[in-house]
Design a protein around this ligand. Structure first.
Ligand code: NAD
Length: 375
């Protein structure tokens, strides 16, 4: 059985598996591991680093045709899927709750697709949770991006030329990305406040040394599997006022608040941006799902009212080497579930295997995706 690692689309610098994961893959029982020529070049891994671990270099079409299991972060397009045979397996991060075309293409091609971003929020699934891995990288890079755009220092400086106050950082959303942003902003010496609708986030925020911005009366639905739920209109209004007040006083705002498969909540209105300090920076990691700031433009840096707004949901892609290492480890940990005694074994009673499967024999398996698609 052959495992193939495919190159990503233009503009994506990460690679799905790095050379340091090849030996772990060999141990899982694959007869051969093939990489598409130049697969890791944009993440600073050359082909020789893979071949030194026993991988072989091949052309894309050969891999599409011969590899029983294929790995790629982004989904394949219909033309590539047409070159595959029914039953081949493809593993990646396909964002199926928001992007349906790749799912439909996989169903049509009768391939089996596993999208690791659908992994359940369980302790057992943590080792393969690509969303957490990429959010960790993104939260870190969001703060560094803000620091690079900020016209002032992050830490306090006491110099012969006088004392400079530390930057005030407001983090919106304290999930994996937000917590990493808090930790990074604290390490840089800034004063950090964070806000989340989940009450459970308070303790985590405080344990990192940041202040928790609290709006009373949030719906905290523990049955939602660790995800945020929609809040009432009245709550949203009180929340908006408090965030406005905090935003106006902040030098940096990092936006990470999201609800999976839905439009991101707007937490910063254009009036708030207009009232913010000139030179303040907003890094909006929720940009691809609409952004937490009303003025965010996805994939762009804009300067309304003297505030720099960076709309970037793929900050993990700008730390391609380590982001790829983490993604690769997640892939290996998933493969450990579907490779039993050197053989492929798709055990549909395993909640992780069932939850991540977007396509199998022309049907959607993931219950969450079925609900989202109204199947
Ligand atoms: P996420 O990416 O879905 O959302 C980011 C954060 O935004 C969340 O904390 C969410 O509560 C918050 N948010 C949503 N709407 C908001 C609003 N209107 N205002 C303010 N904040 C808002 O979250 P995530 O990073 O995936 O983490 C969510 C939870 O799941 C966390 O408790 C995390 O520790 C947990 N988690 C568990 C596992 C696991 O056990 N395998 C893996 C990842 C995350």
């Amino acid at each position: 059985m052959t495992l193939g690692i495919l190159k990503e689309q233009d503009g994506e610098h990460r690679v799905a598996v790095t050379p340091d994961s090849i030996s772990a893959l060999n141990k899982l029982g694959f007869d051969a591991i093939t990489i598409e020529r130049g697969v890791g070049s944009t993440a600073f891994f050359d082909d020789e680093a893979y071949t030194a671990q026993g991988a072989k270099v091949a052309d894309k079409d050969e891999i599409l045709k011969n590899a029983q299991v294929l790995v790629r972060i982004h989904p394949l397009d219909a033309a590539d899927l047409a070159k595959m045979k029914a039953g081949q397996i493809i593993i990646g991060q396909f964002n199926p709750l928001s992007e349906r075309t790749p799912v439909e293409n996989m169903l049509k091609a009768q391939v089996t697709g596993f999208s690791l971003d659908l992994a359940p929020r369980s302790t057992r699934a943590q080792a393969l949770d690509v969303l957490s891995s990429m959010a960790t990288v993104g939260g870190y890079k969001a703060v560094l991006t803000a620091a690079a755009h900020l016209p002032t220092f992050f830490p306090m400086f006491m110099t012969a030329a006088g004392t400079i106050k530390p930057a005030k950082v407001l983090i919106l959303g304290a999930g994996v990305a937000g917590l990493q942003a808090i930790a990074t902003a604290k390490r840089l010496g800034s004063v950090v406040e964070a806000f989340d609708v989940r009450a459970a986030a308070k303790e985590e925020v405080m344990s990192l040394g940041a202040k928790f911005v609290e709006v009373e009366g949030a719906v905290d639905d523990k049955s939602a599997g660790g995800y945020a739920v929609e809040q009432s209109e009245e709550f949203k209004q009180r929340q908006a006022q408090l965030i406005h007040d905090k935003a106006v006083a902040a030098d940096v705002i990092i936006c990470t608040a999201q609800i999976p498969g839905r439009k991101a909540p707007i937490l910063i209105r254009k009036e708030t941006v207009a009232a913010m300090k000139s030179g303040a920076v907003i890094v909006d990691m929720a940009a691809s799902s609409g952004g937490n700031c009303e003025l965010t433009e996805n994939g762009k840096i804009t300067y309304p009212h003297g505030v720099t707004i960076v709309g970037d949901s793929n900050l993990a892609g700008s730390v391609p080497k380590d982001a790829s290492v983490m993604f690769g480890k997640n892939v290996v940990n998933f493969l450990k579930l579907i490779m039993i005694k050197n053989e492929l074994n798709l055990n549909w009673d395993d909640d992780i295997i069932a939850a991540t499967c977007v396509a199998h024999e022309g049907k959607v398996v993931s219950e969450r995706l079925k609900t989202a698609m109204g199947v």
